[in-house]
Write a protein that binds this ligand. Structure first.
Ligand code: GTR
Length: 421
């Protein structure tokens, strides 16, 4: 059953104003909480080697996040076919090769396809690639006229000229500011992006997207421990990785999952699930991403689960206004990425995402990196704005708002040059 759009919007704005009015932005009002130790198992045993971490602690933490936070993927679905829709060896003024490849999945007489837009620098072979979703279609990330416009459902956006939940040429190039394509290509990296709405439309409706392909008989929504939308988006990143492994031009062992905000949450979960990702970048991912839930600063679990009931699995809702009951926190999600390079980035004005909570999370995840002899945040304090830490666990807080900027990309490239080349 669907509510009329205007009613949904009204309820959305009411809930937004209530939740924002109650939001805690005062550091002294952050409650005292114990930080669950990544190196103490649920039974209280101490983990002191990376072998023990991999054998017992990592699996139990991963299972907890899978069954109680993001939800498990019901079944392994392989790519049915892939189809190169378009290719140009002289894209971006001749410096890149552009490929648009569509991956198709079929199950239970249903089908889902999504398209990867891929730019590879011509001057480099076996390219390392940044892979990340975009919010409004592949054609929004560049002025490149050849980029195919998605027909998938989209949220309306006046500023971008998006009406009737349909993408048109009016939105071409509207998000170029978030994708420093030239910098990425010039630095010798590839860029791959997917419109996230093709994998699962971002609305509280489980009859579309990838979910319904995997329903059992008479099932019309995920079970309490089954995947919400974030897990579906994370799944899509792994399927893109399956494709990369078949593409000899890509160095599949050097793919970095990147994401901003809700898509940063998806990138983190993809990196935790799929150890083929060489590294992960969380750009302003906030609540349910890099930020610590128990701090109750900015967005909280009750607020996120109410506004976006489809993002996490149903089991996660038991922690609404009940963060104390959680036996994990988000630093342990970050720890699941160890020993692979991890970059957590915040923005000063993005208090909703709790920059300090994102920093602390990266810091508290570091003990696991140290088991592997990798350098995390250690005993460093939160740095001032625009003073990045580029260790295996990296962090910066830049000036400005919730966004992805050239500054962010410059840092990601510098850090990738150190840890992934
Ligand atoms: C906000 C949400 C955040 C963040 C953001 C985004 O409305 O509260 O958790 O994910 O959306 O994705 O832009």
């Amino acid at each position: 059953m669907k509510m009329p759009v205007h009613l949904t919007m009204l309820l959305f704005f009411i809930s937004m104003s209530i939740s924002k009015a109650q939001t805690n932005y005062t550091e002294s009002e952050v409650p005292f909480f114990e930080v669950p130790n990544p190196l103490t198992t649920f039974k209280g045993e101490t983990i002191s080697t990376n072998t023990a971490w991999e054998k017992s602690r990592r699996p139990e933490l991963h299972a907890f996040f899978r069954e109680n936070v993001y939800g498990r993927v019901p079944e392994n679905l392989k790519i049915d076919s892939y189809n190169i829709l378009e290719q140009d060896h002289n894209a971006l003024n001749g410096k890149a090769k552009r490929t648009q490849v569509e991956l198709t999945f079929t199950k239970n007489n249903k089908e889902l396809s999504f398209t990867i837009l891929l730019y590879l620098p011509k001057h480099v072979k076996n390219t390392a690639v940044f892979l990340g979703y975009n919010f409004y279609g592949n054609h929004t990330i560049t002025e490149d006229e050849s980029v195919i416009i998605s027909t998938a459902w989209t949220d309306n956006n006046k500023e971008f000229g998006i009406e009737n939940n349909t993408l048109t040429a009016a939105s071409r190039g509207k998000r170029t500011n978030r994708w420093a394509i030239d910098k990425i290509i010039d630095a010798g990296y590839g860029l791959a992006t997917i419109y996230y709405g093709e994998v699962d439309p971002d609305k509280n409706d489980f009859s579309d997207g990838i979910h319904h392909l995997l329903y059992g008989e008479n099932q019309n929504q995920p079970k309490p421990d089954e995947w919400g939308s974030i897990a579906a988006w994370a799944w899509g990143l792994s399927k893109a990785m399956d494709y990369f492994e078949t593409n000899p031009e890509i160095e599949a062992t050097k793919v970095i999952a990147f994401g901003h905000s809700r898509l940063g949450k998806a990138a983190l979960w993809a990196g935790a699930n799929d150890q083929r990702f060489a590294g992960v970048i969380s750009n302003n991912s906030g609540c349910g991403g890099a930020a610590m839930s128990k701090r109750k600063y900015g967005e909280t679990l009750a607020v996120i689960n109410q506004r976006f009931p489809h993002w996490f699995c149903t089991n996660f809702k038991q922690y609404n206004n009940n963060e104390e009951a959680l036996v994990v926190d988000q630093h342990q999600l970050l720890a699941l990425i160890a020993p692979r390079p991890l970059y957590v980035a915040s923005a000063e004005e993005d208090r909703w995402a709790d920059p300090r909570g994102e920093f602390l999370s990266a810091k508290y995840a570091s003990s696991v990196y140290e088991l592997y002899g990798k350098k995390g945040i250690g005993d460093m304090e939160m740095p001032s704005t625009n003073l990045p830490i580029h260790n295996t666990v990296a962090y910066h807080i830049r000036t400005g708002k919730h966004d992805v900027t050239d500054y962010d990309w410059e840092q990601y490239i510098k850090w990738a040059n150190i840890h992934l080349r």
